[in-house]
Design a protein around this ligand. Sequence first.
Ligand code: ZN
Length: 122
Amino acid sequence: MGCFDSVMVPCPKCGKKHEFQSKSGRCCLDEYELADAPSDVMENVNRHAPRECECGCLYKVDEATRTPIEVGVAEKNEKMAQQYRTLAATMLEDLARKVLDGEVTTVQFSWDGGAGLKITTR
Ligand SMILES: [Zn+2]
């Protein structure tokens, strides 16, 4: 349960290695380098990709060539959009619960310039 194998993949920009977890291999908590990872482990290596390095580079593994590659702007934006969607959904659920509990009776959404969306409750 909850087991996986790890492949250490260097960042294409700064070279720092990060752990990529895969669940497609034997999942015995084995740790591999990109060059020696078995192909069954490689199948699932991008399970949590793209991965962000401390240097700001967002990357994944090109499975065919076993090469770390920086992802493009579209993929970066998609990942960010997913994070925002999750965050917004969590905030709205929390707000809905407060309304149902009678803790909040008025909800007002407004655009607060640079600060973004502003939610006022009473
Ligand atoms: Zn890096």
